[in-house]
Design a protein around this ligand. Structure first.
Ligand SMILES: [Ca+2]
Ligand SMILES: [Ca+2]
Length: 195
């Protein structure tokens, strides 16, 4: 048995394995919910004290579902899948203490606002849960009057202030808007990756 022959044999085996795995992958995809082409988005249940968040999130999700042509939104009785979102908590936590050198008292310079939610996507046709996950998102804000002058990367995308079109508005309000947008994106990612 010479080396060339062994290498050739191994290469053949590799191709065969690759072929088998490819088929497996495609057949798995085929078994995912092809019978689902519509969704009903339940009114969001909000257990946090941040009342405005439910409407913001509901608008954002509908907008993204429609704009990205993910799935058709229909009424409750016509939809073959339903999306349930519960906002469990919205919390502000200190992100960095005393980064400002003039700050003798180590006041909080940055806050992180976190939205914690529970999201379920239900298959009404087969009466199955497609996914049920706790999903979190955040936005960072500081003490400046506007997010585009605070020197903070408020959404963690490595773009700051005037170089980032997402960073504008009063600090906490802006951070909530950013966190809502991120949560909405993540929910839609999870829906499309279940496909
Ligand atoms: Ca940014
Ligand atoms: Ca900023």
């Amino acid at each position: 048995m010479n080396m060339v022959w062994i290498k050739k044999r191994m290469a053949n085996k590799f191709y065969i394995l690759f072929f088998i795995f490819s088929c497996g992958f495609y057949s798995t995809l085929g078994s995912l919910p092809v019978h689902i082409d519509s969704i009903y988005v339940h009114p969001i249940v909000n257990e946090s004290a941040e009342y405005s968040i439910s409407a913001q999130l509901a608008d954002n999700i509908s907008e993204n579902l429609i704009n990205e042509n993910v799935i058709k939104i229909t009424d409750w009785d016509l939809a073959d899948s339903r999306l349930e979102i519960k906002i469990l908590e919205v919390k502000d936590t200190p992100n960095i203490y005393g980064v400002n050198t003039n700050n003798e008292y180590s006041q909080v310079d940055e806050w992180k606002i976190t939205i914690i939610s529970k999201v379920s996507w239900l298959d009404v046709v087969k009466n199955e849960i497609l996914f049920e996950n706790n999903i979190q998102s955040f936005g960072i804000y500081g003490n400046s009057s506007d997010m585009n002058i605070d020197g903070i990367d408020n959404d963690g995308d490595n773009l700051f202030d005037n170089n980032d079109a997402d960073e504008f508005g009063p600090p906490r309000e802006g951070a909530i808007r950013i966190a809502v947008e991120k949560l909405s994106r993540e929910i839609i990612n999870q829906i499309t990756s279940t496909w």
